[in-house]
Structures are given as structure tokens and as C-alpha cells.
Design a protein around this ligand. Sequence first.
Ligand code: MG
Length: 250
Amino acid sequence: MKFARYEINGTVQYGTVDGDMVTRITGEPWGGYEVSSDTESISSVKILAPTLPSKMIAIGLNYKSHLGDKTAPSVPEPFIKTPSCVVGPNDCIVLPTDSTIVQEEAELAIIFGKTCRNATKENALDYVFGYTCANDVSERDWQKNDLQWTRAKSSDTFGPIGPFIVTGLDPSNLAISARLNGETVQSSNTSDLLFDVPSIIEWVSKFITMEPGDLILTGTPGTTATLNDGDTIEIEVEGIGVLSNCVKTQ
Ligand code: MG
């Protein structure tokens, strides 16, 4: 199934997506909900970030093609992105003052449906509600030179997610790509993940309790491109859709 979080007439709600129509549900997709009779065309509503997570964990260096001259990590390498950097489809990524090299990172994002602590690889997928596209926007000078990755990874607008939450996907074989102004700049498949989705969930949930609506970004493949004022950056994951964002200066 496909779900959207959207705004209509000043009200924010969730709905099920069928083709180009969205039908309001009561509550959140991962809770018990009822489907209403309120159906709208997607073009008549504003699609928002599909979740407002209490926390967003991202995994670094999780595709061989993204390692460059670095050694592959022996365990998944989690870091934090703040909930405050989340934006939705069609929102602009704002290049911060004094930033020099801001780049996209196309990623598959896991959305949890249940409280998850101490999962095993065997039961990890039981905690997953669905998946969405994410852009782990990164300022490379700050990532390289700051002691912490906080501003490099969590400046305002550095966490676009969306456009939809899709359930029932096999996360081990999904095409993933990024297009900058229509030109493909990243292209890979989640089958190339160094640590697959169950392994990531097992590792992260040893230390951090994941709650419904929380996110783990699973890493990015290959090399990334530099974003400039006026650009459009699109992240696409097979079966989910296209997450499109404009880029502007502050
Ligand atoms: Mg990343």
C-alpha cells in the first residue's frame, strides 16, 4: 500500500494513495485507522514529509561504490540527523550561509511501525512499516573538517523525505538514483548495500529504541554532485516514487 501525509484546507492528515487520488484515513498509517470517504486528487493537495520522526538515524559508508579510498566499516556506522532538518517533497533545500560544497545523497529510508529495541536480523523486518526516499544532504567541507557532523548533516532543510510511504517492498533489490536538473548523477541498487536492512536494524536497535514513525537512512551509492542555487534535485527509489526538491541560497 501507499500512504501520503498531506495538507488540505489548512488541515494535515494521512491518506491512502491510489493512482493520482488520495483518500483520508483517521490517525496514522501505523496505528489502527479507518478509511474515510474523503477523496481528493493528489494535485489538489500539498504533499508533506511522510513522517515527522522523533529521531532520524543515518548509516554512513554503506555502499562499496561510495567508499572511495576508505576501508569498509566492520559494523554499520550510524549517525544522527535532527528531526528539525526534515522537509517534504517540492520544498527547497536552502544552502546555508558560508557553505561551500553541499551535495545530495540518494537513500532508501526505513520507516518503523512498531517500537523496536534489540531486534534480530531474523525479526527485524517485523518492525518496519514501510519505506520512503530520502536525501541525506551533506556539506562536504564541514563533514571533513568539523569535529562533529552536526551542521554538515543537520542544517535546516538537509533532510528531504518522501513523497510516499510504501509498504510490502523487498528492500534488498530496489533501483535507486539521483537526477540533478534531469541528468542522472547516482544510479545503483539496494542489493549493493554493505549492511542490508535487517543487519542495520539489528545493530541500531541494540543501542537506540526506534519508535513508530522514526527513520533510518540506509546510505548512499557512488559519488554525489554539488548543488547550486536554482537546481532541482530528484531522488528516486523503485516502487516509491520521485522526491523532488529545489535548491536556493539563504
Ligand atoms: Mg548518507
